[in-house]
Structure formats: C-alpha cells, structure tokens
Design a protein. Structure first.
Length: 122
C-alpha cells in the first residue's frame, strides 16, 4: 500500500507569544495577504489563517516547547489506509481538533518534525 498524495494543503508557521501584531503586520502589510475570517469555525481561535493561491498559511503562537507545531499538511486520498500503514511501522498517530469538511491526523518523523495528513470529506 502506498500513500496517495494529492497536494500540499497548508503550511503552519509560528510566532513568539505576544508578537501577533507584528505577525499580522508582516503577512498582511508586507506580503499583502488577506486573513481568512470565518465565525463558524471555532478552531481558528488563536490562529491566523491566510489564503495563498491554492494553499493556506496558518500562523499560531509558539509556546517554546521542544517539539514545534510547525508543519506542512498534505492532502491525501487514502487517510485511513495511511493511518494503518504508519501505525504498522510503530509510528504514533495523533487525532487533531476537527475542522468541518476535513478528516485529519498528525505524526512526527524520526527527527521530531510534525507532519499532518488530511482528506476532504463531503
């Protein structure tokens, strides 16, 4: 079984606690991005999302942990089969806060990089 990759869905970057204003200034004023504002999506609380063509940029506060939350998110076609494959190799899979229209989970590679897999659902 192979993981069926489609595209990068989003990239998440972090900014230091207390620097949200500077993060917004840079990404909105310098890079010219427009924030995705959706009151029906409570998971956005504490995060800043931007649309960049057909991918999204997600920003969150980094609380200084050793294991960073920075990550790419890959859209795939076979989420559950991919979960089983990873688990069969002894890789711990973490269920993530639900996002409407997406099933998703994350895991860490051998170098402690966080990777997210997601699949859009109807």
């Amino acid at each position: 079984m192979k993981i069926s990759f489609k595209r990068i869905d989003h990239v998440m970057l972090c900014f230091p606690e207390g620097q949200e204003k500077e993060a917004r200034r840079f990404y909105e004023e310098v890079l010219g991005l427009e924030e995705i504002i959706d009151p029906d999506r409570p998971h956005l609380r504490g995060a800043i999302w931007y649309q960049m063509g057909n991918i999204q940029l997600h920003l969150m506060t980094d609380h200084g942990s050793n294991s960073s939350e920075r990550h790419p998110a890959f859209e795939i076609d076979n989420l559950e089969e991919s979960r089983q494959l990873l688990e069969s190799h002894g890789i711990a899979v973490k269920n993530l806060t639900p996002i409407p229209g997406r099933n998703r989970f994350s895991f860490r590679d051998p170098f402690d990089n966080r990777i997210e897999f997601l699949q859009y659902v109807d």
